[in-house]
Design a protein around this ligand. Structure first.
Ligand code: ATP
Length: 491
């Protein structure tokens, strides 16, 4: 639909854009990215016909821009500029109605039913209909932005050009606008070409991205290819990290603030003195938020958490929604659920086993409560009826060091392997299969790291970290099981 070939040009004399070539298909949401001054607006101005170019060509539907009259072009291409402003004092509806100019016929430019319907429809779609009689000067920046979008849409264009459309919009209107643009591209075949400064929004919504660097194309590809850590670091000359979006397969770039990079390698260490014990709960309040990976009832998955609670419940604990109940429990006890990893157990908390294991420049603290009444051989889980009984092995592993994502996952593996070895050495049996158990039906684990100090890349059993984890988990789990059994036997 749009073909840009060997485009060069700029303002006076100097070429801002140098040999730009790309194509945009009908119905695409196409994003233009690039640092300040890289030529994004210049490119958009050339595509809309506002700015002449020196070399190359731009064609829409196989006709070059110069073959269109301004009115013909206005029927095909609508523009939402970066900083829309209007000297005249028009109402919202009058402003939107200006978008119908190219569609009006004859000398008197009569206002048809179609014009009226279109204007009302786009005002409703952009959420400005309710203040259509207000003067545009009386609106907020975000409201005004939506009015100009309505004006562009009233043109019923085939191509919509937008220069930072989410500028001035609050979060909900950013999402609404982009959802709407996406819908129009998919359902009506509208082609949208938009400049973005927000790489994450561009990555979430665009089919393809064109990254400009000093007037040339760095890359024109899918968001995942364009939004690569190394490339963005280099082009924007700043440090960012790429993270997966938690719900959709889109890249998200996060900034690395300077204060964090230069934060002191703190002397804070997670150690047994921070543990508080009672019959009802074991609590650890960390002086700093810790990076966590866990299967807790509350705070599961990956995140940052500062409070850790292992709560005792009776064997008869039965609740239709234990997550909601646990959140309430935490709140009632003065803990902020969003900052807490919470686990439950029916085990007597007095039988906890914990210890700090130290290496020269990092350390690991293990805290285990273990009940093996529900012990299960994981290779034969199918022979068990599904029931979630609260007798379980809860493992906390705190690391005073910096873990990579890989090390987090390996820590879970190494800890699990060490636990399985305890089950074997302690001859813990699965009561149904009579084979050696590998854990219980509801075991839970937490890995929490200070992310300060020594960088620990790996946590397999022969690495420095893995050795400490293997030893710590083995010793603490063994001790916890021995205590549990002694209590059961009334010793
Ligand atoms: N009207 C103008 N006359 C002369 N030079 C201009 C004009 N407008 C922009 N430039 C120059 O052209 C270059 C590219 O500007 P352009 O506005 O296209 O960048 P951009 O990528 O859109 O930047 P931003 O992200 O800051 O909006 C800049 O060096 C700018 O100074």
């Amino acid at each position: 639909m749009l073909h840009v070939k060997h485009l060069s040009g700029g303002y006076t004399g100097e070429s801002i854009l140098k040999d730009i070539s790309f194509e945009v298909e009908k119905g695409e949401l196409f994003g233009i990215l690039g640092p300040n001054g890289s030529g994004k607006t210049t490119l958009l101005k050339m595509i809309s016909g506002i700015l002449a170019y020196k070399h190359g060509s731009i064609s829409i539907n196989s006709k070059t821009l110069s073959e269109y009259t301004p009115k013909e072009l206005a029927k095909i291409v609508a523009v939402l500029p970066q900083h829309s402003s209007q000297a005249f004092s028009y109402t919202v509806k009058e402003t939107v109605s200006l978008g119908r100019y190219a569609h009006q016929k004859g000398w008197f430019q009569t206002w048809s039913d179609e014009d009226e319907n279109t204007v009302q429809r786009v005002m409703a779609q952009t959420g400005v209909a309710e203040f259509q009689d207000k003067n545009i000067q009386e609106l907020s920046g975000g409201e005004r932005q939506r009015v100009y979008l309505a004006q562009a849409l009233a043109q019923e264009p085939e191509i919509l050009l937008l220069d930072e459309p989410t500028n001035h919009l609050d979060l909900s209107y950013q999402k609404e606008l982009l959802d709407l643009l996406k819908k129009w591209t998919k359902e009506r075949g509208l082609t949208v070409i938009s400049i973005f400064h927000d790489l994450n929004l561009a990555g979430l919504y665009c089919d393809r991205l064109l990254l400009l660097e000093r007037g040339t194309i760095n890359i024109n590809h899918t968001p995942n290819e364009v939004l690569k850590e190394e490339r963005i670091n280099k082009v924007y000359d700043t440090e960012i990290e790429k993270q997966p979006h938690p719900k959709v397969p889109a890249p998200q770039m996060v900034l690395m603030p300077e204060w964090q990079k230069h934060a002191e390698v703190s002397s804070i260490s997670i150690n047994p003195e921070l543990l508080e014990f009672s019959d009802e709960k074991i609590v650890l309040q960390s002086p700093i938020p810790l990076r966590t990976m866990s299967s807790g009832v509350v705070g599961s998955g990956t995140g940052w958490h500062q409070t850790f609670v292992n709560r005792h419940v009776g064997m008869d604990y039965n609740c239709s929604d234990h997550r909601v109940e646990m959140v309430e429990y935490l709140r009632n006890h003065g803990f902020e659920p969003s900052e807490t990893v919470g686990m439950m157990t029916a085990v007597m908390l007095a039988d906890v086993s914990y210890k700090l294991y130290k290496e020269d420049d990092f350390s690991v603290m293990v805290v285990v409560t273990a009940g093996v009444g529900n012990a299960i051989d994981a290779s034969k889980g199918g022979m068990h009826a599904f029931s979630l009984k609260p007798g379980t092995i809860n493992t906390w592993l705190f690391v005073n060091g910096q873990l990579t994502e890989e090390a987090f996952i390996q820590s879970i593996m190494t800890a699990t392997e060490a636990k399985v070895k305890v089950m074997q050495d302690q001859q813990v049996l699965d009561s149904v299969t009579k084979t050696i158990a590998t854990g219980t039906s509801t075991d839970s684990i937490l890995i929490a790291s200070t992310q300060k100090g020594r960088l620990l890349d790996y946590a397999g059993p022969i690495t420095a970290l893995g050795q400490l984890i293997g030893k710590g988990i083995y010793e603490c789990t063994t001790e916890a099981i021995v205590k549990y059994r002694k209590r059961k036997q009334g010793l």
